[in-house]
Design a protein around this ligand. Sequence first.
Ligand SMILES: Cc1ncc(COP(=O)(O)O)c(C=O)c1O
Length: 397
Amino acid sequence: MDYNKIFSDGIVSLPPSPIRELLKVSQRPGVISLAGGNPSPDTFPVEDLKICFEKVMGEKPQKILQYSPTEGLSELIEAVRSLSLEDGIKCEMDNILITTGSQQGMDLVCKILLNPGDEVIVELPTYPGSLHTLRSYKAKITGVPVDEKGINVNLLEDIIRERAMKGKIPKFIYTIPTFQNPSGTTLSEERRKYIIQIAKKYEIIVVEDDPYSKLRYSGKFIKSIKSYDEEGFVIYMNSFSKIFCPGVRVAWMIADKEIIKKMIIAKQGMDLHTSSLNQAIIAEFLKQGKLKSHLDRIVPYYREKCDIMVKTVNECFGNRIIFTSPEGGFFSWITLKQDIDTKEFIYKAIERGVVYVPGSSFGPGEEKELKSSLRLSFATVNKNDIKKGIEILSEIF
Ligand SMILES: Cc1ncc(COP(=O)(O)O)c(C=O)c1O
């Protein structure tokens, strides 16, 4: 059968994820992959997970192997509430929704807020997984550049003001303010407060995607945008993927009750609820107070790799690049001062056994300001290979 005759217009026009395609190359033996955004398997709390699994299976197998409420298991919601309070986010149980990864969270946001053609503002560069979701909902995506202090808030306001004058405000602003994927930058406190002012002034929703903030290697803790939000303009997303393990597919959202109610309805048509078993394991892990000691183990592990990456990039590239050292997360972003298209150089890099992600993958279109950039991740690569990989890239460029 010619399946092309039956596929929907939506799926036919959707390109595959550029990173997932590159990941196939990076599976080849001997290839140094600085491309993926996966957490390191060395950090997975395997023994603790086994203990928590046995505990919940021993105590309440009937409950956790059964269907469960769409919003999530109450014990996990309660644990997430306490975690959020520690981070300065005040919320009630019904402000929280457990999701099957933040990727589903983004899908839910789009499902409840977007009509085809609605405008959404993203950072430039931004996370391709969210671009993919936005495209699938036929959003009109507008990018606002990021500098070393995060998204340029003046430009952001100029765009929104201009749209307000025309009577059509973008539906939401999507931001990854802390250790951004891909640029590694962190939005300053001043700009976080400014974004809240913009949200209030123009009545625009801010979607704050925050999977990396607990992975801080240097600098001072900075409060989430959500913690400044008193009127329900911010939809906050966080995930256990990077601080626990992504295979469990458990994440959470915090938003106004009215928004959560609509997302629950939307989620019922997707997966009814997130795995009860996996939620119970994580709830037990949090109840036993294991997250803190786990983070105490994994933060230094990633810090060491991050330091090697920053040092090697500075040594090898010197002043040939624009580069901001990340204070946390998994990524560093290099912008070459030469007019080079990093997408063309990827084949040369693969020939030499190194993979990175070209900058153009991180924008809604073929933005020329991303052309000479590339994203490097140190998370899964061993220390020697981080050095070796960057040295090879430096030679190629
Ligand atoms: C910024 C950002 N948001 C969301 C996700 C998806 O996370 P999850 O595994 O919770 O779906 C990722 C994963 O790389 C990410 O980097």
